[in-house]
Design a protein around this ligand. Structure first.
Ligand SMILES: [Zn+2]
Length: 429
């Protein structure tokens, strides 16, 4: 790829040529996550905020000049439909929280082809798999990353093997099976599925998509940062007479954090835009974790990058992680942008699911609503200024986990099929 210079270890800073390795820095074993190094001069020759904003490609592939992969083809398939998710104003939520109406936005990534943020990573990894002619792509997943890989693989007839904990919600397992992936439900937790997927990929020569291991996942996820800046610009100036030379930046972005790869991906995208001169500053990244799975928040709170594993326990299955595999970069994303980590309870997550659905019409799974629970907490505690522009990233659809949605929503009223019964219930009898 012309724009791909190489990889840089996030721990020791050593750089590697593109064909030198595939996954992690050899000096650090599986924890040496690599940042993709791009040729910003070449990108600026090929594209600009104005040229991107003129694109009629309403998917993450509008940012192809900023990605380290070749055009994957596959026009007209779901692979080409990942990204460019809705960017909603959430005025009523803003008012509820005592914040400035019209400055709170929800980025609804539940609207991706397989209904989660993970389609971004899987689309780019599958593009990479086609480039290197990988026969099989494998991934460990709490459900969403696997469903995304299975879906993107099905779009282009790529073979996929998914390892998921047997506790994954049934809707996510159903997606894996429906897309035709080889599904292996592991009698263990996500961390055990992760390690098994690594071992099996080495043993059988599969291309491993594991999050916090394959450097291309971050490159897919960074496209959310591009969209946030471009879409925020559009809300301020929908039909510019002259194209915007730069993109707008919110004051803060709230992101749910499990293994840390989404927040580090968003951070990477913002750093790319800043290096290109397409934005003027970095927003504060606000990491939100469930209190039962808060390894990154714990490390941030004591000012270290040493991530101590926890024994994860939260209803937000997508962010239920003992050892965040991209923890160092996730802590750094918050520290380097002057943001903060917040920790929320499962009850606060259920409250956030209800609020998002009833006050912004966004149906989020528990992990997807965790970011909003963090914003609610930050507003309550006076951590943010009421005039700030804030984006909340919702990472997955509520249809992914109907059982948790029913916990948040409560039971429906059951009645006899008579008008009298309706009168009794609505109180006009
Ligand atoms: Zn290293």
């Amino acid at each position: 790829m012309p724009n791909l210079i190489g990889f840089r270890c996030s721990l020791c800073g050593v750089e590697y040529a593109p064909d030198q390795l595939t996954y992690v820095c050899p000096k650090h074993g599986d924890s040496g996550n690599l940042d993709v190094v791009l040729d910003h001069t070449a990108i600026n020759r090929a594209a600009s905020p104005a040229s991107i904003s003129a694109s009629r490609d309403f998917s993450l592939w509008r940012y192809l000049p900023l990605l380290p992969v070749a055009d994957p083809g596959a026009e007209g398939t779901p692979l080409r439909a990942a990204g460019w998710t809705p960017f909603y104003r959430a005025d009523r939520l803003a008012t509820d929280l005592g914040l400035h109406a019209s400055r709170i936005f929800v980025k609804d990534d539940g609207r991706n082809p397989t209904a989660s943020f993970k389609d971004r990573a899987s689309a780019v990894v599958v593009a990479r798999a086609r480039e290197i002619k990988a026969e099989v792509v494998a991934a460990a997943s709490t459900g969403n990353a696997g469903a995304a890989l299975a879906g993107m693989a099905a779009a282009v007839d790529q073979r996929a093997v998914i390892f998921a904990p047997q506790t994954a919600p049934p809707a996510k397992v159903a997606q894996l099976l429906m897309f035709g992936a080889k599904v292996l439900l592991v009698n263990g937790n996500y961390d055990q599925a992760f390690d098994l997927c690594l071992q099996a990929s080495r043993e059988f020569g599969w291309y491993c998509r594991n999050t916090g291991y394959n450097p291309f996942t971050t490159e897919g996820k960074k496209t959310a940062a591009f969209e946030i800046c471009e879409q925020l610009t559009l809300t301020r100036n929908p039909k510019p007479q002259t194209p915007n030379p730069k993109w707008a930046v919110p004051d803060r972005i709230f992101v749910s954090v499990g293994d840390g790869n989404i927040i580090s991906g968003i951070h990477k995208g913002l750093k790319d835009l800043l290096a290109l001169g397409w934005i003027d500053k970095l927003p504060k990244l606000m990491g939100v974790q469930a209190e039962g799975s808060a390894a990154c928040a714990n490390a941030w709170a004591v000012g270290t990058e040493d991530i101590v594993p926890v024994s994860a326990n939260t209803l937000a299955d997508s962010i239920s992680v003992d050892l965040p595999r991209d923890g160092v970069r996730a802590v750094r994303a918050v520290r380097e942008t002057g943001g903060a980590y917040l920790v929320v309870s499962d009850d606060e997550i259920l409250d956030a699911m209800r609020a998002l659905a009833r006050r912004a019409a966004v149906f989020a799974e528990p992990a997807g609503a965790t970011s909003y629970a963090g914003l609610a907490k930050a507003a309550r505690e006076g951590i943010i200024d009421p005039d700030e522009t804030v984006v909340v990233v919702v990472t997955g659809s509520g249809l992914k986990d109907v059982k948790s949605a029913m916990r948040a929503a409560g039971e429906a009223v059951r009645i006899e099929p008579t008008l009298e019964a309706v009168r009794l219930v609505i109180g006009t009898g």
